[in-house]
Design a protein around this ligand. Structure first.
Ligand SMILES: [Zn+2]
Length: 302
């Protein structure tokens, strides 16, 4: 079964991009976060064939470069090594072929307001991952390049996304744990179904917590009820043992019988069992008189 992360990427692979500026931006995001992007070699790798096919189409439409996806183990790959191809791609992304500095963000490629979202879609497709909705929310983007990480972070800040950043032994991570921000990010990239799934999971979790709270509350009430009932029954039984049923006046004997016969009944339940039913305060009054009598009887016992 596909992971939620993979499903989200599949959804993103179906996003139609018609503006040439955004096609370039998305391809640029993929290239910068690909395993290799240099003047000697360009290599894009993914476990998902749809992503590599999308990259191949973009390479062709944006740079006029044709590359055939190949399988390598469980992964799919696009690899460019011919100088003409590399020149075409790097030139299109605004790089001087001789400078050899590729892992920095050329903001000129993202000139229009529409382009950062397309760029970040490319970035996420190539190096992002996302936890499934039932787990704790986490979306991250990984790169091995510190400067690139900083530059993409500042791009994100400029468009109102506020990622957190952390360093791992071999990588830099941009990430969010706040589900609201993850939903915003996914919606911006075009993964509205994935964003919706996160939202639904959040509502479900809230409902479940609400139900748990209610159950806990009911359990606490039940314990309170049985606590009082246990004390009453113990006192009644002690009094009965010492002095017999006669110690209680006639009008309290029904109450004594019912209390002892229904130890887990609440006051309301017990009050309803009388024939005719009595009120809760009325029952409360009778029970406290019974307790008084029981205590008096058992205290006078030497
Ligand atoms: Zn654009």
């Amino acid at each position: 079964m596909l992971s939620f992360s993979a499903k989200t990427k599949h959804e993103l692979c179906r996003v139609q991009v018609t503006r040439p500026c955004c096609r370039t931006a998305e391809l640029y995001g993929m290239l910068l976060f690909a395993p290799v992007f240099s003047h000697r070699e360009i290599k894009l790798v993914s476990e998902q064939n749809a992503i590599i096919r999308r990259a191949a189409v973009l390479l062709h439409t944006v740079c006029g470069v044709y590359a055939e996806p190949t399988a390598s183990g469980r992964r799919w790959m696009l690899r460019l090594t011919e100088e003409d191809d590399l020149r075409a791609v790097l030139g299109r992304m605004g790089y001087d072929f001789k400078s050899h500095i590729t892992y920095h963000l050329n903001r000129n490629i993202l000139d229009h307001d529409c382009c950062p979202a397309a760029f970040l879609r490319g970035v996420f497709l190539m190096s992002g991952s996302l936890s499934s909705p039932e787990k704790k929310c986490h979306l991250e983007i990984k790169t091995g390049h510190a400067i690139l990480c900083r530059e993409v972070m500042s791009l994100m800040l400029d468009i109102g996304l506020a990622p957190k950043v952390t360093e791992r032994p071999t990588a830099w991570l941009l990430y969010w744990k706040d589900s609201g921000r993850v939903e915003d990010f996914l919606t911006m990239l075009g993964a509205t179904r994935a964003a919706m799934a996160l939202m639904e999971a959040k509502v479900e979790k809230q409902l479940r917590n609400e139900v748990n709270r209610q159950v806990n509350c009911e359990t606490a009430n039940l314990l309170k009820v049985t606590g009082a009932s246990t004390r009453q029954i113990a006192a009644i039984e002690k009094a009965l043992a010492v002095a017999g049923l006669e110690v209680f006046p006639e009008n309290l004997r029904e109450t004594v019988d019912l209390r002892v016969a229904h130890p887990s009944a609440s006051l309301a339940e017990l009050a309803a069992m009388f024939d005719p039913p009595i009120s809760k305060p009325g029952l409360n009054h009778r029970l406290s008189r019974i307790m008084e009598i029981a205590e008096r009887v058992t205290q006078t016992e030497p």
